[in-house]
Every structure is written in structure tokens, then in C-alpha cells.
Design a protein around this ligand. Sequence first.
Ligand SMILES: *[C@@H]1O[C@H](CO)[C@@H](O)[C@H](O)[C@H]1NC(C)=O
Length: 497
Amino acid sequence: MAPKSLAFSGIAPSNFAVFLVAMLLCSRPIRAGHDYHDALRKGILFFEGQRSGKLPPDQRIRWRRDSALRDGSSAGVDLTGGYYDAGDNVKFGFPMAFTTTMLSWSIIDFGKTMGPELKNAVKAVRWGTDYLLKATAIPGVVFVQVGDAYSDHNCWERPEDMDTLRTVYKIDKAHPGSDVAGETAAALAAASIVFRKRDPSYSRRLLDRAVRVFAFANKYRGAYSSSLYHAVCPFYCDFNGYQDELLWGAAWLHKASRRRAYREYIVKNEVVLRAGDTINEFGWDNKHAGINVLISKEVLMGKAEYFESFKQNADGFICSILPGISHPQVQYSPGGLMFKTGGSNMQHVTSLSFLMVAYANYLSHSRKVVPCGELTASPSLLRQVAKRQVDYILGDNPLRLSYMVGYGPRFPHRIHHRGSSLPSVAAHPSPFRCKDGTSYFLSPGPNPNLLVGAVVGGPNITDAFPDSRPFFQQSEPTTYINAPLLGLLSFFSSHPS
Ligand SMILES: *[C@@H]1O[C@H](CO)[C@@H](O)[C@H](O)[C@H]1NC(C)=O
């Protein structure tokens, strides 16, 4: 991420509770197998810790309480609910929508093997879509952020105490944002598939809204980081352009609605909207690899020759991220973790691994492989590469440290997360004001509240990890790290070897 915590990333105290990396390089053998289902359960639970708004009676992360109950009131609308993106208390619509899309894709492709956790995963989607429905309730408007990120990042306080500016930001016809609107349409459309049989009327509402929001995104074109530069940059600035989100929104609408118009839109706009650009990226900003993998499924199922070029792009993407192939943009650490430049590396690890396993499944159904020069990317090779990434996250790494809080014997204890690092409301009923949390932020002690299931930004390229709050790029969890991970954990829980 961009500078997420202005005040709290600039401080450099001398007493970092740095895990002594060398001491952790003990000689324990790599574990034989992981409890992927346990990790899945925890990875879903994490989303309850990120909830904003009025918490329901079945809330399981009990150290959290209601928060931000007046969100939207300054604009005369109800924008309570939704998710905090990471370790702060801002509701950023762009990554929240992407998170919801990926939660949905995890369920669509891998929900069958989630067992009793499926219902919790579906609840995690609904917490996102209930909010996105509020944010898109007015035609021609999308509310895209609640909370002034500068005001928020200047303080270290619990969401329950928040007294920072809850400014409401929106896009409209005069101030377009095809990126955030396109992603929001994608999220609503993807979720409509999740709810198709479970709650048909909710599903129809989601799909109808997705259609309307996509039409708005497409008609009034522009990047929200032009319209709302000072609110969204450098936090979730759209660096990559809005074209990919238009194709991505259309791809999900095509999948959800089967309307001919979306198929035609995709075919007609493929080149204009540059489907083949920077194909080895996939995250909240750049959807290219995801578009190509998603659309290729139909080609591989043998019923969509008109999408053939998307499969060629997807094949190119798959070849470009395999270890052992020389490529400048994806590296592997000595311990085997995929690495891309920019903050919060684990978001790349989970989203790219997700695409590998999704694509592997589409390939297997059609008994295909991807030729990558000397190498052949078979479904089993792709699963093996992705499994290595998941196992690294869960503890098979040089530090023998799980990067998921609460999973395994050793995991990060000083995550960059306001709620987790400050005493809970039950333990400390009086509020913390803006700077009251500073000593907790700087403390070498462990966080008092376990944010179970949170996966942090992770180690650096040398497999080193400081377990220290100020290193936010490494110690901050985000919703879009976990969302694709759920699909992977579900898959490996039923295919452990
Ligand atoms: C990785 O982290 C370790 C320990 O914090 C540090 O010594 C090293 O310089 C870092 N390496 C890179 C490439 O950032």
C-alpha cells in the first residue's frame, strides 16, 4: 500500500520489538501437512474483526463493538456497515468492492469444499454487499469512501472511539469514477451468483443494481483519482486506469446475467480497453490477469471461440509467473515466496495463487495444459506452485512463522491494526482519543486482542519479518489479502496433497 499511516509510519523508535530473525532459524523440520480447514475458518473469522457499523448478535470476534454508527449522516444518507480495509478505520470503497468480488469468486469456484464454513463465507459477502447496496442506492451516484484518510491516519484509536472526520466522498456524472463504479458493479454481479439459489430476491436486487451501476460507470468515464484526488490518493489511487474495471465489470455481468449485450461489449471493447496489458498483475487496482482467467473459463469449456484471445492472454499470464522462468516482474524469495514490488506483498501472493488454482481447474475440466517454452504448465504444476505459496503463508518458511494470526504455534503478535493493538472496550471502557494510543503503537509488547485469521503484508524479499507495528507494509492485514486466500484454503482442504 501507499503511505497508509502518515504519522504512524514516520516514527522510528529505537526499541522495535524485532523478532530476532536468526534465532528463529531453528532446525525444526518443515511440517508434513497443514490444517487448511482450520486456516479457512480463521481466515473467514478475520472479516468479522473488520466489520464497521452495528454488529449482529452472532458476532464471534467479541472484543469488537459497534462503531461508526453515524457514517453517511453528513450527506443525509445511511452508510453504516461495510468493512475497514486494513489496520485503520477508513471505509475505502475501491478495495472493499474488490474484496467482495474476490470473496464471491472464492465461493463460486471453491464453496463446495468449504463445509460448515460456507455459511460464514456467505455472511462475509453479505456484509460487503449490504453496504454496497447502500452506497449505490441513488441512481447516478456512488458513495466511494467514508472517512478522511489523513485525519484517520493521524490518530491511533479504536474504531469504537473514532472522533476523526467521517467525510463522505462520492462520484457522480460530473465527477466520474469508472474504476470504483466498475469494480462495484463486478462485486454486485459476482455476489448475485453467490445468492442465486440461497436468496433469489436478494440476488435479483444485486444483479439489477450491478446492471445500473455498470451502465453509469461506462457512460460517465473517468478515473476517481482525478475526481477525488485528495481523498483517495495516495491511499487507493487508481494508478492503472479505469479501463480494466469496465471489462471486469462486464465480465462478471456476463457471467451473472448471460445477457448478450455484455458478451458483445467484451468482444467489442477488448482492444480499446486493453485486455492484454500488464497481464501479470491482479489486485485492487489492476484486474487484467483476473479478467483473462475469468473469461477463459468459457473458452476452455468449449463454447466461446469469440473469447479466444482472452485465453491466449491468460496462458501468457500463467507462464509469466511460474518460478524458474526468467521474468523481471515476479520474483521468488530464497525461501520460495512470490514477490512483487510495492507494499503489502501478500496481496499479490494470494491473488496470483488464486488465479493459478482457478485456471488449473478450468484446464483440468477440458484436459488442457499451457505450453510455456521449455516448461509445460499442467493443472497439477499450477496447484503445486500455489500450494507452496499457501504453505509458506501458514509456516513453511525460513522463519517457521505463520503469517496468519492465530494459526500454528508462531504468528505475528504486533500487527499494524488499531483495534487489535489497543485494549478492548471491555478491558478499557473509557475512550482513547487521537494520540492516546501512541504508547500502544510504540510498545514492544504484543497486541492485546488477537485478530484471528488476519494475514499480514508479510516478509521482505529476503524472507525477513520484523513483527513490528511501524513496519506497516509488512505487519498490516488487509481484506484483499484474505479474500482470495479463502478459495485457496478451501481447495487445499479437500486436496491436501
Ligand atoms: C529485509 O529485512 C531485514 C530485517 O528487517 C533487513 O535487515 C534487510 O535489509 C531487508 N532486506 C530488504 C531487501 O529490504
